[in-house]
Write a protein that binds this ligand. Structure first.
Ligand SMILES: O=C(O)[C@@H](CO)OP(=O)(O)O
Ligand SMILES: [Mn+2]
Ligand SMILES: [Mn+2]
Length: 558
């Protein structure tokens, strides 16, 4: 936090007026790629977003949304919603969880912190449990970090280790789970040779077990609780490799949706339930999909489902996941200190703000946008509306999702003139893109485009301004490619579908009747990324951005 003399007051912009409604639209998972049959945005009928391109290069351009531009360790890291919305809202690039954990592991500082000391208190008598996403996707967690942490914990005295794995197939190729489990098994076998009792104890697919977010469906957490904590699941296996192979062989199985399973010993007893005196670490660095489990592990008073047993454990997150709730209270690595976000500044300067999405993306335009803080800065000036997402229906079955409902809420918020900023996330490109269903993703992209149209029409009616952008790529490329860009095929000759995000840039467009004459994108920021958007939006509200924000994308020519 800035020291003495700090003020929330933003200087007036010398040229841009106040009082115009600004609509900020984030198309989730909507990048820019070559137009071919695997580019669902290109194939879909998208007249509204297409029309925005006509303003290029003055009012439509591309910005970076992956890698170091959003605080990830390297430019091989695809973008994601957490780092994307953090950058959009905070206007600065923060070293993100993935990188902070890398540094803490490399320096060994992770073992000197309060969080590790706290879990270490259990090593003498209890078991160390590690729960999280098992892949090298780098969005929520990374296998290499888990491997280092297990090794380090054993070196620091952990004698009994149990790993509870969530299979991915969303940030990595479907089917890759088997290889990740084998790699982990290999490490654990080596530890056993050294006398550490180390095993995988339970697991399931990330979208069906444990990793729900924004309280969309507590049944997901309950399935995880039953398997990880109680040691109970419908499927029991002697090894995790067998579990994943057998469960994947079921019709329509996928890594993302594997059912919960537990590993049992020769007597059929679960090898690693979580009991009094144990230590637990959730090893995901990303917040949204660990918050619900963290609440179940940490809160004495908890009524979301019947925990049956609430073991007395020492629990630490890889990071602290919610800065406002201070959840969890113990953690191994301090999260990025994202402070003085654009949302907080604007509220201090009287900007009335409306934010909306459906449940599965609700926290993106609120919690992530505000620097991983839940709640309002000033409830008098802000209203956040969550449209309930469909529960238990795959997104490719209902690819339109709640795009129209979100747009209608935004339209009403614009037309009733009660707000200065109306901010939404339209989820379709991303959520349907993750299913790998190309036809459904095309339908989803069209629905998102229709939602954009509704919002742009409302902006027109009130003489407002729009900013339409995205947080990272997904729907614009649905196939895994070789280095020269050709689609890859598997050994059966099938195209390898890409369910993950991409490394692509995203578009940003500005316009609307309220945009002052002469406003255009600057020509000198070729490397600009998502973090440049916050200063841009602050300008469009008639203020100058704080001096330490990444530069605005716009200039005003007389
Ligand atoms: O679903 C999620 O958790 C991630 C992918 O792992 O997607 P997004 O970053 O778009 O939320
Ligand atoms: Mn996203
Ligand atoms: Mn996504």
């Amino acid at each position: 936090m800035a020291g003495s003399g700090f003020s929330w007051k933003l200087p007036d912009h010398p040229k841009l007026p106040k009082g115009r409604t600004v609509a900020v639209v984030v198309l989730d998972g909507w990048g820019e790629a070559e137009p071919d049959q695997y580019n669902c945005i290109h194939v879909a009928d998208t007249p509204a977003t297409d029309s925005l391109r006509k303003g290029a290069p003055d009012k439509w351009r591309l910005i970076k949304a992956h890698g170091t531009a959003v605080g990830l360790p390297s430019d091989d890291d695809m973008g994601n919603s957490e780092v994307g919305h953090n950058a959009l809202g905070a206007g600065r690039i923060y070293a993100q969880g993935a990188k902070l954990v890398d540094l803490a592991l490399a320096s060994g500082k992770i073992y000197e912190g309060e969080g590790f000391k706290y879990i270490k208190e259990c090593f003498e008598i209890g078991t160390l449990h590690l729960v999280g996403l098992l892949s090298d996707g780098g969005v929520h967690s990374r296998l290499d970090q888990l491997q280092l942490l297990i090794k380090g914990a054993a070196e620091h005295g952990a004698k009994r280790i149990r790993v509870h794995i969530l299979t991915d197939g969303r940030d990595v190729l479907d089917g890759s789970s088997v290889g990740f489990v084998e790699a982990l098994e290999n490490d654990l076998a080596k530890l056993r040779e050294k006398g550490v009792d180390a095993q995988i104890a339970s697991g399931g697919g990330r979208m069906y077990v444990t990793m729900d977010r924004y309280e969309n469906d507590w049944n997901v957490i309950k399935r995880g609780w039953d398997a990880h904590v109680l040691g109970e699941a419908p499927h029991k296996f002697r090894t995790a490799v067998e579990a994943v192979k057998k469960l994947r062989a079921e019709p329509n199985a996928s890594d993302q949706y594997l059912p919960p399973f537990v590993i049992v010993d020769e007597n059929g007893e679960a090898v690693g339930p979580i009991v009094d005196g144990d230590a637990v670490v959730t090893f995901n660095f990303r917040a949204d999909r660990m918050v619900m489990l963290a609440k179940a592990l940490e809160y004495d008073n908890f009524d979301k489902f019947d925990r049956v047993r609430f073991p007395k454990i020492h629990y630490a997150g890889m990071l602290q996941y919610d800065g406002e709730l201070k959840l969890p209270s113990h953690y191994l690595v301090s999260p990025p200190e994202i402070e003085r976000t654009s949302g907080e500044y604007l509220v201090h300067n009287g900007i009335r703000t409306f934010a909306c999405s459906e449940t599965v993306k609700f926290g993106h335009v609120t919690f992530f946008w505000n620097g991983n803080r839940s709640g309002y800065f000033n409830p008098e000036l802000e209203e956040y509306v969550e449209i309930p997402s469909d529960i238990g229906i795959p997104f490719n079955v209902r690819p339109k999702m709640k795009a129209a409902e979100i747009a209608e809420k935004a339209r009403d918020a614009i037309l009733n003139r009660k707000f200065d900023q109306v901010r939404v996330n339209l989820p379709n490109g991303d959520m349907v893109g993750h299913t790998g269903d190309i036809q459904a993703t095309i339908v989803g992209c069209k629905a998102a485009d229709e939602a954009v149209k509704i919002i742009l029409d409302a902006v027109d009616q009130v003489g407002g301004i729009y900013v339409v952008t995205a947080d990272h790529g997904n729907a614009e490329d649905m196939v895994k490619r070789n280095k020269s860009g050709q689609p890859l095929v598997d050994k059966n000759g099938n195209i390898q579908i890409l369910t993950s995000h991409t490394l692509r840039p995203v578009p940003i467009a500005i316009g609307g009747p309220g945009l002052a004459p002469g406003v255009r994108f600057r020509g000198d920021l070729a490397e600009a990324g998502l973090a440049n958007v916050a200063a841009t939006v602050i300008n469009l509200h008639g203020f100058e951005a704080p001096s330490d924000y990444e530069p605005t994308l716009i200039e005003i020519v007389e």
